[in-house]
Design a protein around this ligand. Structure first.
Ligand code: G16
Length: 544
């Protein structure tokens, strides 16, 4: 038992603690300002009710400042009256594993420390978010209450106690609160074994199937090594960059074609493995590249939804399919063909939570490399890889053949996302305002072969709790079903990031090069919004 006293510390509000798309994300030096972390954590607790004596899951992706913040959060949880903190060994919990732990342990909620795919290190990014008892990111009404509290906070409570050893599994005490350090992988692996046909996937690997999984020196390494190389018998060395590092080895742990170029090149090279995959900083995103074929996240969602019944966990079929608005409509075609309901939500995994809780949807996905299901309430990188493996082992076909077959059945949604990163916020805001100002004038206008059918600023009415979310992105929809969508990222930490999503559906022309298929739409996306005029950029920084 650690002797400990509760201290109440006077503080003043910070004006910039508004949670973004997924929690509060800032640079590490910003978080290291005196009281910055404490103010936000206390504001989370102040926005919640009824947690006296309850369990709180705490963990993060191992990035720089993770361990210090976990100690702070635990001492504050103890001082605020939580009964038990459940913490991953070494402070490690992937975001989906944390979501699972909240659910299986019936915890009140969880604090997840991550800035996802953003770089780490002393000058890198950090983040704090709160997940509710369903295991999912707090809904807007909670994040609004947290933000409101950050603006009026005048003190916080913290236990004056020595740090807890995070590296030994077992129980200890922090004042009146129990601290339980758990193996971060065990519960998650048990869940995966229930959902997927591990013996069948083992046969696939035993038959010579080769795979490379790039954990990007981030949190998924221990999970992927235990499951792929351990339980499933993939060859040693299948998992690369498998040790989580505080600075991700100096890399940007974003599994896209720029930052995971190594595995893209591998998959396109002469000795390509059958499957290349990667996950991000906190393990919730995924990248899937078969031999000779990059599967866009939107196509991956559609293919997984179309084939999920082949995995034991989904053998009973799906209840519905949900996608975020900027995600391509490929998944909608699967839903339509299978007679399932399709949902279109704003960007942000939190919007899927109600649909999953209410049993309206089983599989969800986003263009931003997130796919998941009702097994947890976060997107789940390794889950997506395992579902692909299960499907590959059931169909005994290559990724390329499965995708070709998919397009023949459903048609193909050519799709690209253009990111203009770290542009000046004023220019980005002016660009969006300019687009919003044009909305009423666009319908009926023609640009070359393209005629605008409708244009709007997307708003969402949640069918479960009745809440409304407006201004979720500008959509320009064309007569032929093509689309251009514009929105500003809610996860960046420097300047603004403009995202432009471009899509065209083709029923027959299935083998075009994406850039070629979208050429006129890409040019129009720049002209309509005045991208160069507002941002000074002539080309995007990242294309996926
Ligand atoms: C978060 C959200 C996702 C969202 C993504 C990108 O993911 O959970 O729903 O699609 O951000 O958001 P934005 O386009 O606003 O940058 P993560 O992986 O960063 O937690």
């Amino acid at each position: 038992m650690t002797a400990a006293t509760i201290t109440t510390v006077a503080t003043t509000p910070f004006a910039d603690q508004k949670p973004g798309t997924s929690g509060l994300r800032k640079k590490v030096p910003h978080f290291r300002q005196p009281h910055y972390v404490e103010n936000f954590v206390q504001s989370i607790f102040d926005a919640l009710d009824g947690f006296a004596g309850a369990d709180l899951v705490i963990g993060g992706d191992g990035r720089f400042f993770n361990r210090e913040t976990i100690q702070t959060a635990m001492k504050m949880a103890a001082a605020n009256g939580f009964g038990r903190a459940i913490v991953g060994r070494g402070g490690i919990l992937s975001t989906p594993a944390a979501s699972n732990l909240i659910r299986v342990r019936g915890a009140f909620g969880g604090i997840i420390l991550s800035a996802s795919h953003n770089p780490g290190g002393p000058d890198g990014d950090f983040g704090i978010k709160y997940n509710a008892s369903n295991g999912g990111p707090a809904p807007e009404k909670t994040t609004d209450a947290i933000f409101a509290r950050t603006k009026s906070i005048s003190d916080y409570r913290i236990l004056d106690a020595p740090d807890v050893d995070l590296d030994a599994v077992g129980e200890t005490r922090l004042g009146d609160m129990v601290v339980e350090v758990v193996d971060p992988v065990a519960e998650y692996q048990a869940l995966m074994e229930k959902l997927f046909d591990f013996p069948r996937i083992r046969v696939l690997f035993a038959g010579g199937f080769r795979m490379t999984f790039d954990a990007m020196s981030a949190v998924t390494g221990p999970y992927a090594t235990a499951i792929l190389e351990g339980a499933l018998g993939a060859a040693p060395g299948t998992v690369i960059n498998g040790t989580p590092l505080p600075d991700f080895g100096g890399h940007h742990p974003d599994p896209n074609l720029v930052h995971a170029k190594f595995i893209y090149d591998l998959a396109m090279g002469p000795d390509a493995p059958d499957l290349c995959a990667a996950s991000d900083g906190d393990g919730d995103r995924n990248l899937i590249i078969g031999r000779g074929i990059f599967v866009t996240p939107s196509d991956s969602l559609a293919a997984l939804a179309a084939n999920a019944h082949l995995a034991p966990g989904y053998a009973a079929g799906l209840k519905g399919i949900a996608r975020s608005m900027p995600t391509s409509a490929a998944a909608d075609r699967v839903a339509e063909a299978k007679g399932l309901k399709a949902y279109e939500t704003p960007t942000g995994w939190k919007f899927f939570g109600n649909l999953l809780d209410a049993g309206l949807a089983t599989i969800c996905g986003e263009e931003s490399a997130g796919t998941g299901s009702d097994h947890v309430r976060e997107k789940d990188g390794l889950w997506a890889v395992l579902l692909w493996l299960d499907i590959l082992s059931a169909r005994k076909q290559s990724v390329l053949d499965i995708m070709r077959d998919h397009w023949r059945t459903y048609g193909r949604n050519y799709y690209a996302r253009h990111d203009y990163e770290e542009v000046a916020a004023e220019g980005a805001n002016a660009l969006m305002a300019g687009l919003r100002g044009q909305l009423s004038t666009l319908p009926g206008r023609s640009f070359g072969a393209l005629t605008v059918k409708s244009a709007d600023d997307f708003s969402y009415h949640d069918p479960v709790d009745g809440s409304d979310s407006a201004h979720q992105g500008v959509r320009v929809l064309f007569e032929d079903g093509s689309r251009i969508v514009y929105r500003l990222s809610g996860t960046g930490t420097a300047g603004a990031t403009l995202r432009v999503y471009i899509e065209r559906y083709e029923g027959d022309r299935l083998d075009l090069e994406t850039g070629e298929a979208l050429k006129d739409l890409i040019a129009l996306s720049r002209e309509l919004a005045g991208i160069e005029r507002h941002t000074g950029r002539t080309e995007p920084s990242v294309i996926t």
